[in-house]
Write a protein that binds this ligand. Structure first.
Ligand SMILES: Nc1ncnc2c1ncn2[C@@H]1O[C@H](COP(=O)(O)OP(=O)(O)OP(=O)(O)O)[C@@H](O)[C@H]1O
Length: 277
């Protein structure tokens, strides 16, 4: 039997606040199989980003207070900082929320992408590095000249594509994507998600996508989990969750889809992609 890429069991995360500890993630459990697309959806503040940052060990002011995280069978809580640095990008990579703030404004894109290889001890000659980076950029629909540009010279969609290219540089088995398209307009959102989907298919990696847009999520994932106030209140194949939502918050999310168009587009995309089959 195939083993899961990611197994989260009973994860609890707390932030220290002036009013005492605040439990942002409560008893979260789910797993992802190789190549699977899982979406965590929920309103702002429901704990989605906290869960992803806990996985990446990038929490600011927060601590994992309980539970287990296993990546490819390995207990992540037991890893040293150094082991974690090695694992980021090579086994698990994050496409962050808002590429604007994650790219360094004073470095050209090629240098930032190249840092990933340098940090993992992978050496290339100058010419080889340009070719490797050019290939990566091509996979996300960008030209090799983007290597020589600064982030401010790129559109929002291009920056997000650069972040996707960086996430696949070392061919991880899991990509975590934190609302990767939230700052983009609708057409660009769809194109960027399509790019994320195609690189994920090429790599055969699993993907954990988080967001608050139920319709957009339904286009992309096989399974969906609904978070509400730090808890996973419902999970299942997309089609089942939409057809027969169990939790009142899930029903509210579905009912608040902006228009008939969203529902129709969602259905059409399911038919076309067999997403929930
Ligand atoms: N550094 C922090 N210190 C204290 N509380 C925090 C901190 N970061 C997040 N929180 C709180 O934890 C809860 C979960 O936040 P989180 O950002 O994980 O939610 P989210 O579902 O990802 O929301 P969004 O979609 O807005 O990113 C919120 O109540 C938030 O105010």
């Amino acid at each position: 039997m195939t083993a899961p890429v990611l197994e989260i069991s009973h994860l609890d995360v707390e932030y220290r606040t002036a009013r005492g500890p605040f439990r942002a993630v409560k008893d979260l459990s789910f797993s992802l199989m190789p190549g699977e697309r899982f979406g965590l959806v929920g309103e702002s503040g429901s704990g989605k980003s906290t869960a992803i940052l806990a996985l990446m060990r990038m929490l600011r002011g927060g601590t994992i207070t309980g539970g287990d995280i296993r990546l490819n069978g390995r207990d992540l809580k037991a890893l040293t900082e150094r082991q974690y640095r090695e694992l980021r990008f090579s086994e698990m990579a994050l496409v962050p929320q808002g590429a604007m703030s994650s790219l360094n404004p004073v470095l050209v894109i090629g240098e930032q992408m190249g840092d990933i290889y340098d940090d993992h001890g992978i050496r290339h000659s100058g010419r080889e590095r340009r070719r490797v980076l050019g290939d990566l950029l091509k996979r996300v629909g960008l030209g090799p000249e983007v290597q020589d540009l600064y982030p401010h010279q790129l559109s929002g969609g291009m920056k997000q594509r650069v972040c996707i290219a960086m996430s696949i540089a070392l061919r991880p088995s899991l990509i975590l994507a934190d609302e990767p398209t939230s700052a983009l307009d609708v057409m660009v959102q769809k194109q960027v998600l399509a790019t994320l989907g195609s690189v994920q298919r090429d790599l055969g990696c699993a993907i954990l996508l988080i967001g608050h847009d139920m319709a957009l999520m339904a286009h992309f994932v096989n399974r969906i989990g609904v978070m509400y106030r730090g808890e996973l209140v419902e999970t299942g194949p997309v089609r089942e969750v939409f057809a027969n939502p169990q939790h009142s918050y899930t029903r509210m999310l579905i009912n608040s889809l902006p228009s008939f168009d969203s529902v129709r587009t969602f259905r059409t995309s399911l038919e076309a992609e067999g997403a929930a089959s």
